[in-house]
Design a protein around this ligand. Structure first.
Ligand code: AMP
Length: 279
């Protein structure tokens, strides 16, 4: 696996790969890798060259304590990814943002769920993803459906800006308990891990109940299920439609997904269950 920290050196190398007719797949990450990240890299294997970035993007953190405690272990990451990735791009913040960006980005999704609870988050995501797509100019870029809103936002941004990269969504990889894999899970205590595993249980129960109950009943039931779990603090638990509008009780739209954000041991976790078969 080749390793680049400088933007211009990576660009020069990729230019030679492109001249040789190779296709490029990009997997953006913030490191502290787990099997979910590696699954994205394995999907990217359909391209000739797999490039993964590791960069903890300060612009997308609205909570500075969360940024400071974000896990980092580049040596371990390099070892884990070396069979699934051809090129690692891991710039430091000074290399990536020589100057603090002048710009910010606004999205329709800013007013809902992650957008509403994490002001400025999607602007930071939009800027870092745009920059990575400009630097690498990949044929395809791979994103996890674990961050469903982010995936939809990136897909729309690429469409709106005519960026010539296909955005591919990859399924959520879970622990045996159902807990969605996340770099943040490493900050959970043993008991916190068990508590957090109930997040997915609530989602699957909601999906089952939807077959025979109204949305209002399901929401009430699952909110009560979550409220009973000591140590689990739900930030939001919502049904959304294809426009990521939160579905109210009397909405005629059928839900596309159930989304949840929660705190366990002071760690913020998100998960979702997609209710349609197509991406
Ligand atoms: P992160 O390092 O958390 O920014 O995530 C980098 C990429 O990995 C994003 O596209 C995430 O959606 C994806 N990802 C993170 N966790 C998972 C998971 N459990 N399953 C699938 N994809 C994931």
């Amino acid at each position: 696996m080749l390793y680049f920290v400088k933007i211009e050196e990576l660009r020069a190398h990729l230019a030679t790969e492109k001249r040789a007719g190779k296709t490029i797949g990009l997997v953006p990450t913030m490191g502290a890798l787990h099997a979910g990240h590696l699954a994205l890299m394995k999907s990217a294997r359909e391209c000739d060259v797999v490039v993964s970035s590791i960069f903890v993007n300060p612009l997308q953190f609205n909570d500075m304590a969360d940024l400071a405690s974000y896990p980092k272990n580049l040596e371990r990451d390099r070892e884990l990814m070396k069979d699934d990735c051809d090129i690692l791009f891991a710039p430091n913040a000074e290399e990536f943002y020589a100057e603090k960006p002048e710009m910010s980005m606004r999205f329709d999704l800013d007013s809902r769920l992650e957008g509403a609870f994490r002001p400025g988050h999607f602007s930071g995501v939009g800027i870092v993803v745009s920059k990575l797509l400009n630097i690498v100019q990949p044929d395809k870029a791979y994103f996890g459906l674990k961050d469903l809103q982010q995936y939809i936002l990136v897909k729309k941004m690429v469409r709106d800006l005519s960026i010539p990269t296909e955005i591919v969504g990859c399924p959520i990889v879970r622990e045996e308990s159902g807990l969605a894999m996340s770099s943040r899970n490493g900050r959970l205590s043993k008991s916190g891990w068990d508590v957090a595993s109930n997040i997915y249980r609530g989602l699957t129960q909601a999906k089952e109940l939807l077959a025979s109950h109204s949305l209002r009943e399901v929401k009430k039931e699952i909110q009560a299920f979550y409220a009973d779990i000591e140590g689990l603090e739900i930030e939001y638990f919502e049904f959304v439609d294809t426009s990521f509008e939160v579905i109210s009780n009397n909405s005629t739209n059928s839900p596309m997904a159930i989304c949840v954000a929660a705190y366990v041991d002071g760690v913020r976790l998100i998960d979702n269950l997609y209710l349609r078969s197509e991406n």
